[in-house]
Design a protein. Structure first.
Length: 208
C-alpha cells in the first residue's frame, strides 16, 4: 500500500449527502476481485448516460477535475452496502482523500485499509472548501497527515482529528498484510521452534 504523508492536489466538489456505495461503484461491476481497472466505472450512474456517453454536467467529467485527487462532499459519504470495491474504484481513479462531515462506518474503515484518507470536518468548513474548489486548476488543497491539517488555497490551515494507530498505518503504507509482515521475524522464529519441537510429526501424508 502506498504511504499517505502529504498530498497537494486538485479538489473536486461533490456537494451531496448520502453518496452510497452503489453510486460510487454499481453492483454490476463487482464481478472482479482485482483492485485495478475499477476507476473507469467510478460514479458510473452520475458520470455516464445509458449509452455510455459522458454527462458533461458531472464534475469528474470536467477539467481540471478529471485529475482530482481529493473529493469534498457532505454527510454520510459511503453509506449503503459494505463493498470494498468502493475505495478500490476511488483509488484506481486517483482519489487519495475524501473530506466530508462524516462517513458510513464500514466505508470509513475500508478507506484506511486501502490507503485513502477520510477527513471529517464540519459542514461549514466543507462549504468553504467547496467554494475553494470552484477556482478550477487553482483549487489545490493540501492535506498534511503528519501535521493533521488541511491547507486551503489561501494558506489557512484547518486541523483535523485522526486515530493515532490509523495515522501510523497510513503514514507507513501498512494494510492488514503489511502489519503482519512487520512481525515476520517473530513468525519465522515461531515456525522454526514448532518444526523443531514437533520433529516427530510426519511432514507429508502417504496415500493408503
Amino acid at each position: 500500500m502506498e504511504p499517505f504523508t502529504k498530498l497537494t492536489g486538485i479538489a473536486a466538489p461533490l456537494p451531496m449527502q448520502n453518496v452510497d456505495t452503489d453510486k460510487i461503484i454499481p453492483a454490476r461491476f463487482l464481478k472482479t476481485i482485482k483492485r485495478s481497472g475499477l476507476g473507469v466505472h467510478l460514479f458510473d450512474p452520475l458520470r455516464f448516460n445509458k449509452d455510455g456517453s459522458e454527462k458533461p454536467e458531472f464534475v469528474l467529467n470536467q477539467e481540471p477535475y478529471r485529475k482530482a485527487e481529493i473529493i469534498v462532499a457532505f454527510e454520510n459519504f459511503g453509506c449503503g452496502s459494505s463493498r470494498e470495491h468502493a475505495p478500490w474504484a476511488l483509488l484506481d481513479f486517483g482519489i487519495r482523500c475524501i473530506i466530508a462531515p462524516d462517513f458510513a462506518d464500514i466505508f470509513f474503515n475500508n478507506s484506511f485499509k486501502n490507503g485513502i484518507l477520510p477527513v471529517r470536518l464540519p459542514r461549514a468548513v466543507c462549504n468553504q472548501l467547496i467554494e475553494d474548489t470552484k477556482m478550477g486548476g487553482n483549487a489545490r488543497i493540501t492535506v498534511d497527515l503528519e501535521r493533521q491539517v488541511v491547507v486551503r488555497p489561501n494558506g489557512e490551515e484547518i486541523p483535523f482529528e485522526i486515530d493515532a494507530f490509523r495515522k501510523h498505518l497510513l503514514l507507513n503504507g501498512l494494510d492488514d498484510i503489511g502489519q503482519t509482515l512487520q512481525h515476520s521475524t517473530s513468525i519465522d522464529s515461531y515456525e522454526a521452534r514448532q518444526e523443531q519441537d514437533r520433529s516427530w510429526m510426519p511432514t507429508t501424508m502417504t496415500a493408503a
